[in-house]
Design a protein around this ligand. Structure first.
Ligand SMILES: C[S@@+](CC[C@H](N)C(=O)[O-])C[C@H]1O[C@@H](n2cnc3c(N)ncnc32)[C@H](O)[C@@H]1O
Length: 359
């Protein structure tokens, strides 16, 4: 086992993925330290499902024991992760009787106590959710995806995950930005302002015209305007804390251009669960789309993504589609068989794509 891991990790290896059958903790102990860029995974929930495998994770009698067990496996994954790497942990909650267990936050806080830095608690909005017949509670529609890192400086490339800017359009002969800014409202606010001097009003109107011109010529994708006495600066009105507030005090307004490559995604992700790989033997598959942002942002092209609970192979499929390499571990041979079929198909498709790129 250790030999196949070492051979996969060697710089001369041309293998694009590696699947390992066994207990995640025991398998991870066979890895050398700091050899993967990203860990993305979805461990079995506590007491939610009876997995076909005889693995014990998820079957602990108490939530505390489940957290301790999962954290010990994540600590081992952390050892295998490079120091500038990222761990993405998708985890849902479980009711015991009528009581929600709070499992995701228990795990996140336990990891923080062991030195992990929690960068985001992303809400995966599943849009559809599972049916719920209870008459005294709401349907659950979300799970968490925690982004954790080992040190303050880590690999993170925001550009590939930005939301691409929309297209400006014309309305009544006037340019309108992709988010609907035509300038009419700002112009009125400037003209009617009792807080701007005449000089400041002239400068603000000129800046607004210039911003709209830049949107029309494609130099700026979109913008917002802040006008003294009308809009608040984002965090604080005090120039001590905010450069924007400083600009506002000096000029009475400021233009906030959107980033040329698009806006930063938020921490609520609407991703519809995939039904395609659902079978009676496995019904906790997460969608490829959920893995895309984590992999694009935190694993460099050609880097290695590891999933210690790979199930039907979704994380490795996503890694191959995004031209990264993938390692998957699972205790269930049955799920690994599904993973092998899916991954082989993806590997064949992405290999021919690679060939086309090379031509
Ligand atoms: C929620 S599922 C992962 C699903 C996966 N994300 C997918 O898309 O198919 C959790 C997986 O963890 C595996 N598992 C449970 N305990 C394990 C252990 N101790 N070591 C390795 N795998 C384990 C189960 O067999 C199951 O496939």
């Amino acid at each position: 086992m250790r030999d196949s891991i070492v051979s996969f990790l060697s710089p001369s290896s041309e293998a694009r993925y590696l699947l390992l059958h066994g207990d995640a903790g025991a398998m991870l102990r066979q890895f050398p330290p700091a050899c993967v860029h990203t860990v993305m995974t979805s461990p079995p929930y506590w007491k939610q499902r009876e997995y076909a495998s005889d693995s014990v994770l998820g079957n602990e009698p108490t939530v505390e024991e489940y957290v301790t067990h999962l954290v010990s496996i994540m600590q081992e994954a952390g050892r295998v992760l490079r120091d500038d790497g990222s761990l993405w942990l998708n985890i849902g909650d479980t009711y015991r009787g009528k009581n929600l267990s709070g499992v995701p936050w228990r795990v996140a806080l336990a990891l923080q106590e062991r030195g992990w830095i929690l960068r985001n608690a992303i809400v995966w909005d599943k849009v559809k959710g599972n049916p719920c017949n209870a008459k005294d509670k709401l349907r659950n529609l979300y799970e968490f995806v925690f982004h954790l890192v080992k040190q303050e400086k880590y690999y993170y490339d925001l550009d590939p995950i930005r939301n691409p800017p929309g297209q400006p359009y014309y309305k009544n002969g006037q340019i309108v930005t992709p988010t609907g800014v035509s300038g009419v409202k700002y112009r009125r606010q400037i003209q009617q302002s009792t807080e701007l001097s005449d000089d400041e009003k002239r400068a603000a109107l000129a800046a607004l015209d210039e911003a709209l011109r830049k949107v029309e010529s494609g130099e700026m994708p979109d913008f917002r305007m802040i006008i003294r006495g009308t809009q608040r600066t984002a965090h604080s009105d005090s120039p001590r804390y905010s450069g924007r507030a400083d600009e506002m005090q000096k000029h009475g307004f400021c233009i906030l251009p959107y980033h040329k490559k698009g806006t930063k995604p938020g921490d609520v992700w609407r991703v519809i669960p995939e039904d395609r790989w659902r079978t009676d033997s496995h019904f906790a598959v997460y969608p490829v789309e959920l893995c895309e942002r984590p992999i694009k942002a935190t694993c460099p092209p050609g880097g290695i993504v590891l999933d210690p609970f790979v199930g039907t192979g979704t994380t490795v499929v996503a890694a191959l589609q995004l031209h990264r390499r993938g390692i998957g571990i699972d205790a269930s041979e049955e799920y690994l068989q599904v993973a092998r079929e899916r991954i082989a198909q993806t590997a064949a498709q992405t290999a021919s794509y690679q060939l086309e790129l090379d031509l």
